[in-house]
Design a protein around this ligand. Structure first.
Ligand code: AMP
Length: 115
């Protein structure tokens, strides 16, 4: 069996996190190395590696993941000024944790193109 990722350990509670939201489908916590005044990660409780493997998730779980991202951003008060959502995949995307997660970034003006 492959080794657990750090996000699975956070989900099972064996390592601590700064939780901001949880429901039966998603878990959200503050990024340990924030890149914006608000930087929260949202993970679905159903595991897949990244967007590249999301076909393995059932459609309901995908929908609940997207709705969870929206709920967390709203709860964080980001709707009015806006925010960015990032899902990294693979080497070029600089994914470092192989458990799908959405970054919610807010609280400052973003720029484009991203680095
Ligand atoms: P990515 O590079 O897209 O895979 O994003 C992984 C994110 O997880 C990075 O932004 C890290 O700062 C963050 N991270 C890693 N370990 C932890 C942790 N223990 N608690 C919170 N965030 C973490």
């Amino acid at each position: 069996m492959s080794e657990k990722t750090i996000f699975e350990k956070i989900l099972e509670g064996s390592i601590p996190s700064d939780k901001v939201y949880e429901d039966e489908d998603v878990f959200a916590f503050r990024d340990i190395d924030p890149q914006a005044p608000v930087h929260v990660l949202v993970v679905p409780k159903v595991k897949t590696r990244s967007l590249a493997t999301i076909k393995k998730m059932d459609n309901d779980s995908i929908a609940r993941f997207i709705k969870g991202i929206s709920t967390v951003a709203t709860n964080l008060g980001l709707d009015k000024e806006g925010y960015r959502v990032v899902l990294n995949h693979g080497k070029y995307g600089q994914q470092s944790v192989e458990y799908i997660h959405a970054h919610i970034l807010g609280g400052r003006q973003m720029s484009w193109p991203p680095g």
